[in-house]
Design a protein around this ligand. Sequence first.
Ligand code: ADP
Length: 514
Amino acid sequence: MLRQLRSGMQALTAGLRAHCASASAAAATVGGSGLVRSQAYIGGRWVDASGSALFPVQDPASGRQLVEVADCGPREAKEAVRAADCSLPSWRAATSKERSNLLRKWYDLIIKNKDELARLITAENGKPLQEAFSEILYAASFVEWFSEEARRVYGDVVPASSPNRRILILKQPIGVVSIITPWNFPSAMLTRKAGAALAVGCTVVVKPAEDTPLSALALAELADQAGIPAGVFNVIPSSRSNTPAVGEVLCTDPLVAAISFTGSTATGKILLRHACDTVKKASMELGGLAPFIVFDSADLDLAVAGALASKFRNSGQTCVCANRFLVQEGIHDAFVEKMVKAMQRDLRVGSGFDDQTTQGPLINERAVQKVENQISDAVSRGACIVTGGKRHSFGATFFEPTLLSNVTTDMLCAQEETFGPLAPVLKFQTEEEAITIANAANVGLAGYFYSRDYAQIWRVAEQLEVGIVGVNEGLLSTPEAPFGGVKQSGLGREGSKYGVDEYLEIKYVCFGSL
Ligand code: ADP
């Protein structure tokens, strides 16, 4: 462990000398952080992967290596599942108050270390520090919320139809849960799942995204400091090449009762296939194609502000990002003009460690190519680039905030999730047409619309085929409300009072012959 950390530090120190300012900031953050862990956390111990295998974590802004972490394979995945299974009986038997107290301690430690955790996110994910800081507060809010929900997992006593019977309904933890998290919210997606699972008495194995394992490992360190017992919370980082084999263990091992995943729809389908042989419960938070509809009756300034917030947060790399702007013909030109002005005035591309920056890098080269491909496809079919349109001069993974007009439904950017700073605008004439376009997708996570017509607000909110609707609002996520989608956007809900249901079994107990 020490040897690994030391070689990581040497690389970072060398990096510090050679780097441009932004890369240096990322390297310095990781080098100077007391929460950096490079090993896996299994059964309450920090351990190497077999053969001391390592994989690099890169600064997405420069592509340079920040540190190397343990590259876990199927063997470590099985060990982690076994550790989670061994600790299950005692964790599930703890009182809800005991579990609640430990989660509260974890929450307190996350808040105490919020600056350092935020800097880790910016270092490995690239998002601006202010957004990373917000993510930590958001991540912590799930631990706080579920520390409170832990004590409210009520069953029922149901009136029976025969006089000599009583019907009791118990809610019990499902067991060991495998959690696979994405890189776009490396801390919050973990706590939204693990917070709920731990609260109700499940034990977990977390596989963080290969791009961003440091946040998950830092949270493991704080869970350890909080006194969460050994084996209850395990983290196994793994490289992109080891991930399919690790994922297979996590979704097929008979000791695992449920899986919880956030990521692309394509990967979700692979995991569901793995899970079907042993009939595991699956909670899936998959991709979206959010429509953002601006009706003629909208407050234009409000719509532009909401559009900017929804589209460009995390450089467009969120699953609830507005993906398709549908704008009614009467307001269309004014909307495009104001939106472009706002983008040019308010969005600043640069290093996440620069406090003027609103747009950090995309996560990797693949992500940039996807945006480029969507733009060239759209332009070849008649779309116009109104602003942006190419990589930003700041660096290869940075992209200019882009707005396309004249977009039509046959273009890739109107059909597949972008995950980048691209706002395609489609013009429509009637409410019916907008709803038809919005609902033509095979996914349905978030949807937004702006209108001041009350009757229209009810109609559209009810008709949109999505799990989350923003009415005159561009930012919706909060621990109190259920997060999740319909169609191929997933299964189940996270956060809110419903979030614990993913990790509970319902047991009917019949008392007879009374
Ligand atoms: P992206 O393409 O944006 O990285 P993914 O859905 O591939 O989105 O990644 C989300 C998470 O799923 C990450 O933790 C990633 O490592 C994981 N993942 C990707 N492929 C697999 C797989 N075959 N089995 C298990 N996990 C996977």
